[in-house]
Write a protein that binds this ligand. Sequence first.
Ligand SMILES: NC(=O)c1ccc[n+]([C@@H]2O[C@H](COP(=O)([O-])OP(=O)(O)OC[C@H]3O[C@@H](n4cnc5c(N)ncnc54)[C@H](OP(=O)(O)O)[C@@H]3O)[C@@H](O)[C@H]2O)c1
Length: 294
Amino acid sequence: MKVLLTGAGGQLGQALIASAPEGIELVATSRQQLDLADSAACSGAVEQHQPDWVLNAGAYTAVDKAESEPELAHAVNAGAPEAFARALDQQGGRLLQISTDFVFNGTQGTPYQPEQTRDPLGVYGASKAAGEAAVQTIFGAGGRGLILRTSWVIGPVGKNFALTMLRLHHERDQLGVVADQVGCPTSTLNLAQACWQTLQIAGDRELPAVMHWSDAGAASWYDVAVAVGQIGADLGIIDTPAAVQPITTADYPTPAERPAYSLLDCTSTRAALDLNGEHWQQALRAVLQQAKTP
Ligand SMILES: NC(=O)c1ccc[n+]([C@@H]2O[C@H](COP(=O)([O-])OP(=O)(O)OC[C@H]3O[C@@H](n4cnc5c(N)ncnc54)[C@H](OP(=O)(O)O)[C@@H]3O)[C@@H](O)[C@H]2O)c1
């Protein structure tokens, strides 16, 4: 199976490369090899490599910066999946589009189901929602374009909340972290496994066109920050955790509005992929074990 991977330098991309199963011919592209803002380059890559799958893990992920760069965010997050879908639709091949909990507005207070209507709050969410919509429109109900939404992605490499908190626990005595946004962290190690399982299972049986994958449980950013300190100290990565104070979203204004509650219901996806969820604290421990340094 030949897989064209985008975002090879990102935190999910690196986990996918590290865990690629035997039998996968992986064409891993980073920004230098393939600019996702260039639709013609995306189509050209499909024509050149003729992949069985495009695994689109690359994205414009700077949620706050997207508010001032909407054209670029849309070009990368909507234009690239649209171009991949059109090229694959013409020449054969399938698309796994990685998407986000930020396609929802976060107001409902119960876990979001895969089939619920998108209603993003900010530019990043809107651009990812437009990418999803393009994939669905181009492929229709044929099952050749799959969307896998995830949330709060953390891994042992790259830029993410867990690694930032680990560094701050090392550097500071006190931290204030938002406690009124609820969701669930997702380890890149587990997310990569879900992606590869999707590609392997999709050859044998039909999978839901939209799937949800996060680690198990629920948390606020405050909960995650406290857990990072405890686990980091337990693993001997930091000496003493900082004291973490819960603060509100209003105390920490950001350019982009974030969903207050964006838990993804992963039940149907776990069943479809034959994968159990790992509690986010156990998954976080595995991530920090690999990260090793603050
Ligand atoms: N991070 C999260 O919390 C989160 C939550 C929900 C969903 N997701 C989704 O999960 C997927 C993986 O995210 P991640 O956490 O691995 O993000 P990441 O670490 O920020 O990686 C994104 C990758 O995309 C690349 N990229 C950005 N613009 C590009 C362009 N114009 N051309 C080519 N490559 C470009 C980046 O390249 P550079 O390294 O050169 O910048 C980076 O390697 C994305 O679809 C994201 O939307 C992420």
